[in-house]
Write a protein that binds this ligand. Structure first.
Ligand SMILES: *Cc1c(COP(=O)(O)O)cnc(C)c1O
Length: 414
């Protein structure tokens, strides 16, 4: 056997022995499509459409407004939050589903500035996801009294000092896939009296997260990525139990009120995590998210992690074996313990190469300025997909398939 054949054979064997293999059947993914973008938009669980139809036709159509109570709509944010808590090492009552990741970040960030009044700095990483930086900038525009300090990933711990109110970080970097040591950074921040906000957009559902073991303060995360909640799914927010009595967030909508249906003229926060709520939950989107979360809860997170790292290891090795001469530069840490569930390569023609891949049935994504990003959602990606993706990638590079004008046209969303 050639090296390629034996690699392919080993991948097929891994599929045959994969304890998570049958999960793929639970999702709708067209035959022949290689989907390596579950980190951007998780695929559709096959049971979601029926649940959506039930919520629309029965609960909304027949139950009408009664369904807020009779179908438990009003409890969805907390009910799904309690389920997500199990995926991220939190307890029931510490997580709630609401709004978007960006909005939830604003809430918790504002709360930390109040809790650490007198300290002026929000510390973050220069290549954090832009919305996180933008939300911090917007908040600073309101307070007029803080500044956003951006440093490189390796300089974070050192940059924390007596003036740091909060360290705001994304656990797994969206562009490189590099994973922060949550416990170590949290500890370093606490040692200086700073709080930490963790963005779990690329962590929840992708790897075991232990918020409480790490003594995390606050976290936020995304419903439409690895949790498979559907496009624009609501997000979640975690507030550690010990902080909840002092958690004062500025988006004081009525559903975060202690007694919303008293219709008091004055805001008074609800006890516990409920005070993180603002307005009415998007019930249809919540219902879809719950299906995705329920499905995720059936899988063992340690198996998810093991498979995700194996997929990524094989992907890296095969790219190097088959596409080595084409100048793809690995920007994801090679060391498994230092990465999340994605692998990224830099290449000057990354955009056109990704467009050519997508046109040929391999969906990953491009991240400006020059990154090809491949996500490995272990419930849907098979080892055979690794082979097929790189077979296609090798052909696109070897034959310069990417070098056509159709592959340089950018849509609104890239
Ligand atoms: C995807 C992502 C978000 C998304 O924020 P939205 O408010 O849902 O648009 C936020 N932060 C990070 C790190 C992300 O990767």
């Amino acid at each position: 056997m050639t090296a390629n054949q034996s690699f392919k054979h080993a991948l097929m064997q891994k599929d045959a022995q994969d304890p998570l293999y049958s999960f793929r059947e639970r999702f709708q993914i067209s035959e022949g499509l290689v989907y390596l973008d579950g980190n951007s938009l998780g695929p559709l669980p096959k049971s979601t459409p029926a649940r959506l139809a039930q919520v629309a036709e029965r609960e909304w159509g027949e139950g009408l407004i009664r369904s807020w109570n009779s179908a438990g709509w009003i409890d969805l944010p907390q009910r799904i939050g309690d389920k997500i808590a199990r995926l991220i090492g939190a307890n029931a009552g510490e997580v709630i589903v609401a709004d978007s990741t960006s909005v939830n970040l604003f809430k918790v960030l504002a709360a930390t500035l109040k809790m650490n009044a007198g300290r002026r700095v929000i510390l973050s990483q220069r290549d954090n996801f832009p919305t996180d930086l933008y939300m911090a900038q917007g908040l600073i525009g309101l307070t007029g009294a803080h500044e956003l300090l951006l440093v490189e990933a390796e300089d974070i711990a050192e940059a924390i000092d007596q003036n740091t109110a909060v360290v705001m970080l994304t656990h797994v970097n969206y562009r490189t896939g590099a994973l922060h040591d949550m416990a170590a950074i949290t500890q370093a921040a606490h040692a200086k009296g700073a709080l930490v906000v963790w963005d779990l957009a690329h962590s929840a559902g992708a790897l075991p997260v232990s918020l409480n073991t790490a003594q995390a303060d606050f976290a936020i995360g995304c419903g439409y990525k690895y949790l498979n909640g559907g496009p624009g799914a609501p997000a979640f927010v975690f507030v550690a139990k010990r902080h909840q009595p002092k958690f004062v967030q500025p988006l004081t909508g009525w559903l975060g009120h202690a007694n919303p249906f008293a219709f008091d003229a004055t805001y008074a926060p609800a006890d516990g995590i409920l005070r993180a709520l603002c307005g009415t939950p998007p019930v249809l989107s919540m219902a879809a998210l719950e299906v995705g979360v329920d499905l995720m809860l059936e899988a063992d997170t340690n198996l998810i992690r093991r498979k995700s790292l194996q997929l990524a290891d094989d992907f890296i090795a095969l790219v190097e074996q088959r596409c080595g001469r084409h100048g793809l530069q690995l920007v994801t840490p090679r060391e498994p313990a230092l990465r999340g569930s994605q692998v990224c390569f830099a290449h000057p023609q990354a955009f056109a190469i990704m467009q050519a891949l997508i046109a040929n049935g391999v969906i990953g994504d491009f991240r400006a300025p020059d990154i090809l990003r491949f996500g490995f959602a272990p419930l849907v990606v098979r080892f055979a997909d690794v082979w097929n993706a790189i077979d296609t990638l090798a052909r696109i590079l070897d034959e310069c398939v990417w070098d056509q004008s159709v592959f340089t046209q950018k849509g609104k969303v890239t």
